[in-house]
Every structure is written in structure tokens, then in C-alpha cells.
Design a protein around this ligand. Sequence first.
Ligand code: ZN
Ligand code: ZN
Length: 348
Amino acid sequence: MDIHSPLLKVKLLNPKFPNKTTGIINGRSSGLLNWNDIAYPQMYDLYQTLLSNFWKAQEINMQDDIKQWDQLSSPEKDVFLRINTQLASLDSLQTPTMCQVMDYVSDSSMKAIFAVIAQQEAVHNESYSYILSSLVPLSEQNDRFNQAKSDPIVQKRNQLILNSYESFRENPTPQNLFQLGVNSINLEGIYFYAGFAFFYYLAGQQKMLKTSTMISYIQRDEMQHAYFMAQFLRILLTENPKLNNEANIDYIYHTVGQAVELEKEWARMIFRDIDGININQYEEYTEYLANKRLRQLGLQNLYVDRSNPMPWIHVFSDEMMNETKSDFFEQKSRTYAKVTQSNGFDEL
Ligand code: ZN
Ligand code: ZN
């Protein structure tokens, strides 16, 4: 396999091939999904966990938040709206990207998981719209979306993700799929967190609790998405040793490091008038998150190993995420020489 040659779109049906694929890309797969006969059986647990997270925005009644909105200070309102539209912009990229990846993945169980993730991203997008429509008129929503589109710091940080997503759209090679996966982890596992932190900061003061409830559901989904993508990448690199090279391991460290710097820059800007959030602590939190993502990928910490400096951001404890903590990667990780043997499940 040439890691720089475009992958072909997987045929919908290949009756001569088995249902259980021989590879997650370029695999021989019939295209039929029988969950009882899949290459990585624990994908079914992950799929079940994703489904059990199901929620929708309208289940949450926004009346309390509508009443509280005018009690927020004007910097709080400003940050609230900026973050809301920024998160909506990021989630908008995920739905089409996850759908596109499905065309090139030759594992029917993983296609199903990408489909569920795409659906959840659509719900996230809707929830930001739902929050906005409860609080401000359409003209202000549009202004805020335009602000998110034109802000140079936002543009710069989105560009890191966009470059790899667009490269895969233009040229769907195994190498570009790998890079897309790394940046998807940056987006879901690092970029969202200044936004989450702000809503939990408000919730800590008993403000805008309905919004925070929705945000905590989004966070729960995103933790699972980033975890799935880390497992996907590990399998991709294990099955395709040519991708598991030093340059790509460097790419992971370098790109995660870039995402951390961009997230810090954004947080310094967005939190500058929010006294209750300690920016230095948030910067450490970003590094803590990056270490966690790297360990999920089976790699070493990039930053000082520290415990969570902002435990209040973690609404969902590791115990609550236990459903997916099984060692389905065990057999594979032994052949995965370039990364550590730890399977990363403690890092969820
Ligand atoms: Zn999302
Ligand atoms: Zn996601």
C-alpha cells in the first residue's frame, strides 16, 4: 500500500468478500454489517455507549436561563455568545467530515459508528442554535456568527483543522486520513474545552444551568468521539505499518502541541475579562488534556505530568465512562511497536 495514493471509495456491496473486513482501509469487506461478525468486537460496546448517550436539545427547558440572562454581566454575555458560535462553527465541520470518511473506511462497524457520531454532531449544532434562539434575536445571532468567521484568532485555530480536513476531501489518501484523525482529536479533545470551562464556571455560580446541562451532554459525547478516534488511529497505524513511522509520530506531537498553543491563545483572549477563571490554571489544564489524548493514542506525555488542575471541568467521572473500558485493543497493541504498550483505557 502506498500511503500517498488516493483510497478508492468503498463499493456499497462486494458479495464475494466476507462481512468481517480484512482491514479498516483497503479491506476486503462485503459491505454488509453483522455486529456479531466484526473485526474489532468491542466496537459494538462503543456503539452502544454512543447510543445510550442519546439526547436532544428540546428535552431541556430553557425558561430558567431565559430569566437569568439579563443578570449576566456584559463581558459574561459577550463571552457566552462568542463561545456559543465558536463551538457551533467547530461542530459544523464534524458532521460532513465524519460522513465523508465513511466512504473510504472498509469496516462496516466503524462506518456505523461514524454515522452515529455525525448524527450527534448535528444535535450539538442544533443545541447551540436552540440556546441562541432562547436568548437573542436572529440579527444578533448573525452578527455573532460573522464575528466567529472573521476573528483572526478563531480563523487561525480553525485553519489547523480545516487544512487537514480539506486535504482529505481533495486527496483521500491513507496519510491524509491519519492527519484528519489527529486533528479531529484536537478539535473534539482540546479545542472545545475553553468553551466548556466557561459554561461550568457560570454553573458554579448557579447561572445558566440549563445551558450547562446541554454542554455537559455535549462534553460526554465529545469524550467518546475523541476516544473512538484515538482507537481508530491506533488500529489504522497497526494495520498499516507504513503509516506507523517516525515522521507521523512526530506529526502527532507537533500538531497536538500546535492545538494546545492555539487553544491557550484563544482562552487568553476569551477569558481576559472573566475574573473567576484563572488563565494560568486553564493553560495547565490544556496541557493536561493534551497528555491525556496522547496517552489514549498510546504515546508519551508531551507536557509535565500533573493531575487535573481544574477538576470542576470534569462533570463526567471516569467511572461513568467505564462501559467502553475493555481491552479490545490488547491483541493489536503487541504488534504496535512504535508506541507504548499501555492501552490508554485508564485515560478515558
Ligand atoms: Zn460535537
Ligand atoms: Zn464530536
